[in-house]
Design a binder for this molecule. Structure first.
Ligand code: ZN
Length: 317
């Protein structure tokens, strides 16, 4: 039986799994992503997380058929490099992640885009497996996307699926990417946090930052937003409403272009808000649909937290 490793490299945590031929998890581990240093420090933690998962599965990393890594930033699968990973410490230039991690672990390593890896896992093992075509919408720190057409991920010229940077308002809010009016500028968690901090500094009443401290966080995590909504916090409610408005416009436009069967919602906020959140996005999308009487199914990811690492393991399947 050939075992494979999968690593999901996120801005806050690293998820590691070891899976068997049937993509069943036989060992797993989690570590925090380093906040300081640079790519070599991240590689050390990736290796440590994978070693933990391998130990849980009762194997050595070198015995694995290979290890896949789902990474943020600009990923060059052929070269095995990652550049401009904004949420990772000191990671601007292209770094040979596959080679460096392969040396640490003594097995071959493949790297891929993190959202695409998670969506591929949904296609093969999760909420997308009954559809020939669907759009993955990863609602978290940013807005990630991936398109499955005729049972295959559509890669375009290598960077298809950047749903977060479709324009929902001309000359609109500044996006973390440096452009204006992108979906991510309204619905991405970091853009929402920036706006909440500005409003708070100007005197807006909100429990968001008190909840953040209570949950011992230093940023507005999905859990903090969810708790604020439960309390009926006015600022949180307004910013989430705005995010849902933007998601409806962005996702609806993508459906008008591609006529896909389904939309699979994932990511930190997407999974946190679950089915009710998906229903809100579906309702917000509806007025934008050109073929209004045949909307796509809007469903939630089935693999939750382990989807990213499972999809990464598929990179070496
Ligand atoms: Zn943008």
């Amino acid at each position: 039986m050939a075992l494979r490793g999968g690593l999901d490299l996120g801005g806050t945590k690293i998820d590691a799994v070891v899976v068997n031929d049937a993509s069943e998890i036989v060992g797993s581990a989690r570590r925090e992503t380093p906040r300081t240093g640079g790519p070599p420090d991240v590689v050390k933690e990736l290796a440590a997380a994978l070693r933990d998962a391998a130990a849980a599965a009762g194997v050595e990393p070198a015995e694995l058929a290979g290890v896949g890594v789902g990474s943020p930033g600009e990923v060059d699968r052929e070269a095995g490099t990652v550049a401009r990973a904004g949420n990772l410490p000191g990671w601007a230039d292209a770094f040979p992640l596959a080679a460096a991690l392969g040396e640490e672990l003594g097995t071959r390593v493949a790297v891929g885009n993190d959202v695409r890896a998670a969506v591929e896992a949904e296609r093969v093992l999760g909420a997308g497996r009954t559809y020939r075509s669907f759009l993955g919408v990863w609602w978290g720190t940013g807005i990630g996307g991936a398109v499955v057409i005729d049972g295959r991920l559509w890669l375009g010229r290598g960077s298809a699926g950047e749903l977060g940077h479709v324009v929902v308002r001309l000359d609109g809010a500044p996006c973390p990417c440096g452009r204006k009016g992108c979906l991510e500028a309204y619905a991405g968690r970091s853009a929402m946090e920036r706006r909440a901090r500005r409003a708070f500094a100007k005197g807006a009443k909100t429990d968001l930052f008190e909840l953040m401290r209570k949950q011992k966080r230093d940023r507005l995590t999905s859990g903090v937003w969810a708790a604020a909504l439960v309390r009926g916090d006015a600022l949180a409610t307004r910013l989430i409403d705005r995010a849902v408005w933007a998601l409806g416009a962005g996702v609806g436009s993508a459906i008008n272009l591609l006529d896909l069967e389904a939309v699979v919602i994932g990511g930190g906020l997407g999974t946190r808000f679950g089915v009710p959140g998906a229903e809100r996005i579906a309702a917000s999308m509806q007025p934008h649909l050109f073929v209004a009487d045949r909307p796509p199914a809007v469903v939630v990811t089935e693999l939750d937290d382990s989807g990213g690492a499972l999809g990464a393991a598929l990179l070496v399947a």
